[in-house]
Design a protein around this ligand. Sequence first.
Ligand SMILES: [Zn+2]
Ligand SMILES: [Zn+2]
Length: 152
Amino acid sequence: MLSTHSLLPKLKKEYPQLLFAPGKQFAWSPDAHTVFYDESDPKNTGLLLHELAHGLLEHHDYSKDVELVAMETEAWDKAVELASSYGIDITEETVQDNLDTYREWLHARSTCPKCEATGYQSGKSEYTCVACGHVWRVNEARICALRRYSKK
Ligand SMILES: [Zn+2]
Ligand SMILES: [Zn+2]
C-alpha cells in the first residue's frame, strides 16, 4: 500500500505551485499556501489528497458555516478523483464519515440552546432561532481543523 512518504515526492513534482510540510495534523493552510501532513500517520494518503484538493480548489475563507460543509464535500469529490489517478482507494464510507463530522458540527451549532429549534446563521459567529428569537454566539471554526480525524 502506498504511504504518504512515497506519495509526497510525486505530489511535490506535480503541484510545484503548492508547498508541502509536516504538521501536527493534516490540514490545508490558505495563508501559508501549504498542505500540512501528519508524519505519524503515513497510511492516511486519502486525507493527504483531501487537503491537497482544498489547495487545488483554492479554498480560502467562508462566511457561512454551510459554505464550509459545501467546501468539504467538494474537496472530497476532488480527492476521490485524484486518488484514482494514484491508484489509491478512498471509500465512500471514509468520505461520508468525514462529512458526518462537519454535518454534526453544523447541526450542533445551529440548534437553539433554549428551545432546540433550528436557527439560521445571522453573523460570522452568531445564530438566531427561528422559533423563539434567541440569539447565540458560536466559536469561530477553522477550515479542516474542526475536529481531529479519527485514525483508522
Ligand atoms: Zn429557540
Ligand atoms: Zn477538508
